[in-house]
Design a protein around this ligand. Structure first.
Ligand code: IYR
Length: 235
């Protein structure tokens, strides 16, 4: 069974304006930072839903849309998430579970096991990857490229939140299994990323990081650069 088709048009942008659009997209995205200090200023639930709707437009393997967004603004749920996350992170940071190289790499960020932002931020969204789904007849539906699909959706979610003027953090308390148990998700789902969401605190400060330049991340290839000869014509 095929999907019905429909015509498709790129966004109507004038040729002379495309680079300007790209540059302003860059500027807006470059202004985004991961935030660990949130204001208690309330955020309407509709804003969270709007960002989830944007994220849910992500491409996904065989259009299976293998994601679940669990949303909570309940102080008691947030408190229980904080306590469980801090217990895991305490074992990481102080119980020797983080390997030395990892501790060293985190040092410039100044993170530790304490996660007060899990209670301060008005909302927490935990994105779960659905390892498989369920068909209408109750049998298992395969899901494909789940991590790629959910990763893209999370990127789009971060962008949507940022454009609304909200802040977030891609928090991955490790191991994350407790979130599945705490939030009562089925065995088919695995926690992927936890997002505390809100306005940045008035006195929020973030590390002064630099991003890699294009020179460091882009490689252009022409035929002359290819390491292997021309493929043989099929006989
Ligand atoms: N999950 C821990 C450790 C941590 C790991 C990475 I990779 C970071 O970029 C930041 C933190 C924590 O949240 O503190």
């Amino acid at each position: 069974m095929s999907f019905p088709t429909q015509p498709y048009n790129d966004l109507p942008i004038r040729d002379g304006e495309r680079i300007d659009v790209a540059r302003s997209v860059f500027e807006e995205m470059d202004a985004r930072r991961s935030v660990r200090a949130f204001s208690e200023r309330p955020v309407p639930r509709e804003m969270i839903d709007a960002a989830i709707a944007a994220a849910s437009t992500a491409p996904s393997g065989a259009h299976m849309q293998p994601w679940t967004f669990v949303v909570t603004g309940d102080p008691e749920v947030k408190r229980r998430i904080r306590l469980a996350a801090e217990e895991e992170e305490r074992t990481n940071y102080e119980g020797g579970r983080l390997p030395e190289h990892w501790r060293q790499d985190l040092e410039p960020l100044g993170t530790d096991w304490r996660k007060p932002f899990l209670e301060t931020a008005p909302w927490i969204v935990v994105v779960f990857e659905q390892r498989y789904g369920t068909k209408a007849d109750g049998t298992r539906q395969h899901h494909y490229y789940v991590k790629e699909s959910v990763g893209i959706a999370c990127g789009m979610f971060i962008d949507a939140l940022h454009r609304m003027g909200l802040s977030t953090l891609t928090h991955t308390p490790s191991p994350m299994r407790f979130l599945k148990d705490l939030l009562g998700r089925p065995d088919s789902e695995r926690p992927f990323i936890l997002f505390p969401i809100g306005y940045a605190a008035d006195d929020c400060r973030v590390p002064d990081l630099r991003r890699k330049s294009l020179d460091e991340i882009v490689v252009e290839v022409t035929e002359a650069d290819l390491p292997i000869g021309e493929p043989k014509e099929p006989q």
